[in-house]
Design a protein around this ligand. Structure first.
Ligand code: ASP
Length: 403
């Protein structure tokens, strides 16, 4: 199982546990659609019922969308968003978010924010209380304090220990981990040890066995140890995007994330970029993304999809076109594309929707998205390529199917 499968599994497992819902094929889109509708990443199911009620009760679409984001940001066990997000390579959690409000055609965004967990709401505050669209880093934090957001350490003990496990085991050519003076120090077997993710089950088991004593030494609870090791071997991407339309056809969208685990300090992904991580046009629809942020920025994915819908493409085709642009940027070379991943969440103003993915996932763990139109469910994404992606960093070997 690769990282994305693993994450999809954990996301869906917790989603299924929380809701008792199972993943189903994408609903055939009827000629007329229901409204309200909320669409989001499958991890967002926790907050969807309340958000749907907010829409039914006439509350603003952006508030409903940000409610779904906030539930994940507040959850210390969601380690890719808000509190408990996995940190950058320095062990510091840096969050990104953006939002768009259809009815007033406004946008807000924040990037590289430390110590403030509800960055979705902070993006909204930038939209409502400044003449700007985007604030980053220290300036965004000072603005948050001025707006009354409380500061807290976002690095939970659990995320800190996973980071430390990564730090101590990702390389044996630096000063991290027990040094030469440690009685248990052993010279590296291979120099340097490859950081690449093992592909075969046998390699994987050996790597897990290597990490187990270090995880124990760091005080990671036995019942969480294997999961922590998986997060080191397959650093999670996370992110949640949420789009919604109410009965009147008003729309909003938002995306929030802690970005890529172990990223370089200061790295911004696609999530805070209006037009990449999220784009909402009150005349047309709303779209957002999770996955390889750098790739999505280059095709301005969410904006491309909304523009495609403006020209008449149905949501699924609009999304597939954006995925094809990513493939085109790599000359459709599967040796590259195997290492990329992307999911788009798409909602048209009339309530038609689609989730599309670069890779379909495995039979047991298909790429999926959550939708609520009166019935909350998880549906399978349409996809461009059959199979699963390979995690970054890559191994030199390619599976047979990719050759
Ligand atoms: N798109 C996010 C980023 O690049 C990662 C993710 O979706 O998991 O920061």
């Amino acid at each position: 199982m690769n990282r994305r499968d693993f994450l999809a599994t954990t996301a869906l497992t917790s989603a299924a546990v929380a809701t008792g819902i199972v993943t189903m094929a994408m609903t055939e889109q009827p000629a007329t659609y229901k409204r309200p509708v909320i669409i989001c990443k499958a991890t967002g199911v926790q907050g969807m019922d309340a958000a749907y009620d907010m829409l039914r009760n006439g509350q603003d679409t952006l508030d409903a969308v940000l409610h779904v984001c906030k539930v994940q940001e507040d959850d210390p066990n969601d380690d890719s968003v808000g509190l408990g997000g996995l940190p950058n390579e320095d062990g510091v959690v840096e969050l990104d978010a953006c939002c768009m409000h259809g009815p007033t055609r406004r946008a807000g965004s924040v990037g590289g924010v430390r110590n403030i967990k509800n960055v979705g709401l902070l993006a909204k505050a930038v939209m409502e209380h400044t003449g700007h669209v985007m604030l980053v880093a220290e300036g965004a934090e000072r603005f948050a304090t001025a707006m009354g957001f409380s500061k807290e350490n976002l690095l939970t003990e659990r995320s800190r220990k996973i980071w430390l496990l990564w730090k101590e085991t990702h390389s044996d050519k630096d000063w991290w981990g027990p040094g030469v003076a440690d009685p248990n120090w052993k010279p590296p077997v291979q120099a340097p040890r490859s950081r690449s993710v093992p592909q075969s089950g046998k390699d994987l088991e050996a790597r897990i066995r290597d990490l187990e004593p270090v995880a124990a030494e760091l005080g990671i609870e036995p019942e969480f140890r294997r999961e922590a090791i998986y997060r080191v071997l397959f650093p999670p991407t996370g992110t949640i995007h949420v789009s919604a339309v109410n009965e009147k056809g008003e729309m909003s969208g938002a995306t929030t994330t802690s970005g890529l685990a172990w990223k370089l300090a200061g790295r911004l992904g696609d999530s805070p970029i209006i037009g990449a991580g999220c784009y909402t046009d009150q005349d047309v629809g709303s779209a957002g993304a999770t996955g390889s942020g750098e790739e999505n920025i280059k095709v301005a994915g969410a904006h491309t999809i909304v523009e495609n819908m403006r020209k008449g493409m149905p949501p699924k085709e609009a999304g597939m076109d954006a995925l094809q642009r990513i493939a085109h940027n790599h000359n459709n070379d599967m040796a590259h594309l195997r290492y990329l991943d992307m999911v788009y969440y798409i909602l048209r103003k009339d309530g038609a929707y689609a989730g599309v993915a670069l890779w379909g996932g495995s039979a047991e763990h298909p790429r999926s998205f959550a939708v609520h139109d009166g019935t909350k469910r998880v549906e399978k994404c349409a996809y461009l390529f059959e199979g699963t992606s390979i995690d970054w960093p890559p191994t030199p070997r390619l599976p047979e199917t990719a050759k």
